[in-house]
Design a protein around this ligand. Structure first.
Ligand SMILES: NC(=O)c1ccc[n+]([C@@H]2O[C@H](COP(=O)([O-])OP(=O)(O)OC[C@H]3O[C@@H](n4cnc5c(N)ncnc54)[C@H](OP(=O)(O)O)[C@@H]3O)[C@@H](O)[C@H]2O)c1
Length: 284
């Protein structure tokens, strides 16, 4: 098969790398060509100079770009030259409406679309073990699942188009709440001079254990935030959650509060820092 991958950013770079280990031919495209060149120095494949050049050759096309507008631009470009029956698999975190819209655009051009947002952060992408929550048609999903298994052991079709993004919203809401709890807990621990290493080792196997506790508590207590999942992306995602909730007459008070803290932190210049920087609200 000829496979294309568009968007070699923090996540896409590694995911495309895992696909290059398959027996398929992989062609990559990145808007800033230098990243595609760097990718080619590390992995086997070829690079396309334009999205339309990539699209005309590929049966399956992966995308991992920034936000709704970026995905819209990329899909419109792909569809200019895509062959009928091309499958587009999107790993971007977008709104529910965007996933529906992308699917409609693809269907009008006799192509298929799967929204397949991911969780696990850059480390998950590097390790080839992101969690994938997908939305789309069963038959199409089954065709691309073997490709996804190159970088995931947890690939679930959650429902029709858009259900992958709805699941990702729940993921982000839970992360926001966990990080707020962790920020408060660690602030108390610091005030009380508790040994943080001992604390994490004690709590991790109990009911308060979480990925965030195990992977972020120590760095949070050392004021290290220059890595990981940036606030700018988290605010985009929480915006999708709050918009969807509003449209469906649902209140999300904690998500709203955490989003407001992130907005303040963005304004203070922490926008590219990891979401665990939420603890800074207690720096007084
Ligand atoms: N980072 C994480 O830990 C993480 C975890 C889970 C999900 N996600 C989600 O995954 C997506 C990608 O995240 P990332 O961290 O990999 O982002 P990133 O490092 O900023 O990379 C974004 C990639 O998309 C390309 N791109 C953006 N807009 C484009 C456009 N209009 N046309 C063509 N290419 C475009 C960029 O190209 P250039 O290089 O030319 O800018 C870059 O290759 C986001 O939706 C994010 O919310 C991220």
């Amino acid at each position: 098969m000829n496979i294309g991958f568009i968007g070699l950013g923090t996540m896409g770079y590694h995911l495309a790398g895992y696909l290059s280990k398959s027996t398929h031919n992989i062609t990559v495209y990145n808007r800033n060509e230098n990243k595609a060149q760097k990718w080619l120095s590390e992995y086997t494949g070829s690079k396309a100079l334009t999205i339309s050049d990539l699209a005309k050759e590929c049966e399956v096309i992966f995308t991992c770009v920034g936000n709704d507008n970026d995905l819209n631009e990329v899909i419109l470009e792909v569809l200019k030259t895509a062959r009928p029956n091309t499958i587009i698999v999107d790993h971007t975190t977008t709104s529910f409406q965007m996933a529906k819209h992308a699917n409609n655009l693809c269907n009008k051009n006799n192509c298929s679309f799967i929204d397949a947002p991911i969780s696990g952060g850059e480390q998950g992408a590097i390790n080839g073990n992101v969690t994938i929550m997908a939305g789309g048609k069963d038959k199409i999903f089954e065709q691309i699942k073997p490709l996804l298994s190159f970088y995931s052991n947890s690939i679930v079709l959650m429902g029709d188009n858009g259900y992958g993004q709805l699941t990702k919203m729940v993921n982000q809401i839970c992360i926001a709440g966990i990080l707020q709890g962790l920020s408060e807990g660690l602030s108390l621990a610091k005030k009380a001079n508790l040994d943080i290493d001992k604390l994490v080792n004690t709590l991790k196997n109990g009911a308060a254990g979480s990925w965030q506790l195990e992977n972020r508590a120590k760095t949070m207590s050392k004021n290290q935030f220059d890595f990981g999942f940036k606030i700018d992306w988290m605010r985009k995602d929480l915006g999708f959650c709050l918009d969807y909730a509003k449209q469906n007459n649902l209140e999300l008070p904690l998500t709203k509060q955490v989003d407001e803290h992130y907005e303040l932190l963005q304004n203070e210049g922490f926008n590219l820092m990891d979401t665990s920087v939420l603890i800074k609200q207690f720096d007084k």
